[in-house]
Design a protein around this ligand. Structure first.
Ligand code: COS
Length: 382
């Protein structure tokens, strides 16, 4: 058993930390305030090779894998959870095409999404199909004469939906079969019949735009079907197993960032004639924050290790995400408390981190859904 990062992973961690400090931290407060997608930063992340993480070099990717993704996403999340979310969610598109797409799809889409030329998105959720993802109602009925799928319906809460050039849409090719009639289809921005609806105004990760997608007789060529018809739910669940490690990494980074800020503040802030680091009540906060964050970290890395070595990771990814998300809320809450009135003010990053942490308990599956996934696996002896 070896808990250390390889020399390459250590180098990547340093590179990502430097990138986060120089390119992400300076814009974090502003993009939170404006809610504007950081297009320049996305381009810089592509140049640094971050958008290609998880995709082999032959398809334009960076050639590294899941552990590296955790390293980069968590380093960026220390400074800005929204930017980390944009990166992490973007990589889902490529991971689905790599695993389930055919050779033509890999050649067509992967170079562009991995080099940052195009943002990818993943659209499963609908107004009446959130946790119960299998009850999606969007249809994709095949028109034999035209050789096209005709999509109708609405997706909601789609991260990056308004910015994405390529979107994975989960729709019923056979509505009579319920979730066994669900298929995965690539829709491209600008296809007739596809439009963007409401852009949500949110509590946190404001710069990661969340959009409604509307399909009104949207015609998509049959070659845009990913995998086989009826396999959409399995594709979505497999993708979510991986995406949950990304959210866990984001939550881990938020907690680590909040802990770092708290340690610095406790050494600098003087009250009652001495640094507040000397107050035992606050020392105990730090002990709890550090212990729980260390534990969260190793569960996240273990999930990434299992995925990267091709092992079943459904249960551990769910545990990692559930635990890291709860920890991010716990740690940001105490960090804000340590900062007192300053923590509550927008001049300091803590109130943003506190708001950003909350979504990690909700998206890519709520904590409650994760408990369902975990308990099913444990009770089944998996
Ligand atoms: N990987 C691959 N396939 C999976 C899977 C996984 N992790 N989990 C379930 N499946 C498959 C099952 O094997 C089954 O397929 P077969 O009938 O071919 O065997 C199918 O999916 C249905 O599984 P299940 O009966 O468990 O489905 P449920 O309706 O009970 O749903 C939960 C399971 C609740 C776990 C699922 O709906 C879920 O994860 N919901 C949350 C959705 C979510 O995270 N949304 C976030 C936003 S995405 S934009």
């Amino acid at each position: 058993m070896d808990f250390s990062l390889t020399p390459q992973q250590t180098m990547l961690q340093k590179l990502a930390a430097k990138f986060a400090e120089n390119e992400v931290e300076p814009i974090a407060a502003e993009i939170d305030r404006t809610g504007k997608f950081p297009a320049d930063t996305f381009e810089k992340m592509a140049k640094a090779g971050f958008t290609g993480i998880g995709t082999p070099k032959e398809y334009g990717g960076s050639g590294c894998g899941d552990v590296e993704k955790v390293i980069v996403v968590s380093e960026i999340a220390k400074k800005c959870a929204a930017t980390a979310a944009i990166l992490s969610i973007h990589t889902i598109f490529a991971s689905v095409i790599m695993k389930f797409g055919n050779e033509d799809q890999k050649k067509k889409y992967l170079p562009e999404v991995t080099n940052g030329g195009a943002l990818g998105a993943f659209a499963l959720t609908e107004p009446n199909a959130g946790s119960d993802a299998g009850s999606a109602k969007t249809t994709a009925i095949f028109d034999e004469s035209a050789g096209e799928y005709v999509l109708n319906g609405t997706k909601c809460f789609i991260s990056g939906g308004s910015q994405a050039k390529y979107l994975l849409i989960f729709a019923l090719t056979d509505p009579s079969k319920g979730l066994k009639g669900l298929s995965c289809i690539i829709v491209e921005k600008g296809m007739p019949g596809f439009s963007i609806g409401k852009i949500e105004d949110k509590l946190g990760i404001c710069a990661s735009e969340t959009a409604e997608l509307i399909f009104d007789n949207c015609r998509v060529p049959k070659e845009n079907l990913v995998g086989r018809e009826g396999k959409g739910f399995n594709i979505a669940m497999t993708a979510l197993d991986g995406a949950r490690i990304g959210v866990a990494a984001q939550a881990l980074g938020i907690a680590e960032g909040a802990l770092d800020l708290s340690v610095k503040y406790m050494h600098e802030r003087v009250q009652f004639g001495k640094p507040i680091a000397s107050l035992q009540g606050l020392q105990w906060y730090i002990a709890d924050m550090a212990t729980k964050t260390e534990a969260a970290k190793w569960l996240v890395y273990y999930a990434a290790y299992l995925k990267s070595t091709g092992q079943n990771h459904t249960k551990i990814a769910a545990m990692a995400k559930y635990n890291a998300a709860e920890n991010a809320r716990f740690v940001t809450n105490l960090a804000l408390q340590i900062h007192g009135g300053y923590g509550f003010m927008k001049d300091y990053p803590l109130e943003r981190m506190y708001r950003d942490a909350k979504i990690t308990e909700i998206y890519e599956g709520t904590s409650e859904i994760h408990k369902v996934v975990i308990s099913r696996a444990v009770l089944d002896g998996k």
